[in-house]
Ligand binder design. Sequence first.
Ligand code: SF4
Length: 330
Amino acid sequence: MTLSQGCILCHQGAKMVLFVTGRCHRTCWYCPLSAERKNTDTVWANEHPVDIPAQIIEVAESMSALGTGVTGGEPLLVLDKVTEYCRMLKEHFGKEHQIHLYTAKAPTDEELAALQGLVDEVRLHPPRECWEKILESDFLRSAKRAKEMGFDIGIEVPALPGLELLIPALTHLDFLNINELEWGESNAYAMRERGYDLADPLHNAIDGAKAWAEELCRHEKVHWCSSGFKDSVQLRERLKRIAQNTARPFDEITDDGTVVYGVFEPASGSTDAVSPFIRERLEPDSYEIHPERVEMAWWLLEKLADELDGKKYVIERYPNGGMVVEMTPL
Ligand code: SF4
């Protein structure tokens, strides 16, 4: 199996996802974009909305990113933004910072020229109606030109019936990625309309999607990216990288890449009175005092619990102030 360089880094959780626009010229029924992102021009670096470009570098640094995947929407609708951000990333991290670009357009020679030296790998998403005549499509023409111009070139499509129609394109590509078709808030109606159902109640994968890809997956250059892999390995590895860079000395990093710490909220509503006690009893790098709460190693909070009057709980969350996974009262 041929894995693209972009996929190799993604497996390590070392790829930042840079979402440059929610606008798109297509209306694919299976589009996975959330209502929050669709048709907006907000830029997202991983799950952080970006107000100024420098924040993109901050997010990439927080996870020690070795590469970036540029996606949307349709990134080529905002080509200037794409070139600006990619140039910034290459200048900051060096040209070895690997960048791949997703597009559902067949890029023109001018668009490819603008991306040269900034994007390493182009992933074309030809819509389903092109597959029957893929060799005669603009996508194949773009793929050949991209190859001549020095890009790594591949196709990336969701698993849909008819994937085997793409077999003739393989000789012109470096790789072909199939993403397991996924149920989402914005495509649920279209999924139901087509009679599709979830493979199991715990994941978003669609029943039967794997079988549609079976024939194509026999080929060397084809890579199957499962929904479960994205949810577990890819996310977990990325969280671990972020946790290693951002965890405080008293945060415990779990095997899932989340962080765990204890929180004490004094009954008085202020930490003024309790601060001297905390400073006397704990090592300086084992706690952090905020105006209304003290955060500390969870095992220290457990030890001191009887001596503290107020709300006490252990919190597990994504690193760097991310989503709360669990709160356990003490
Ligand atoms: S091309 Fe991609 S972003 Fe655009 S509608 Fe289709 S799936 Fe959504």
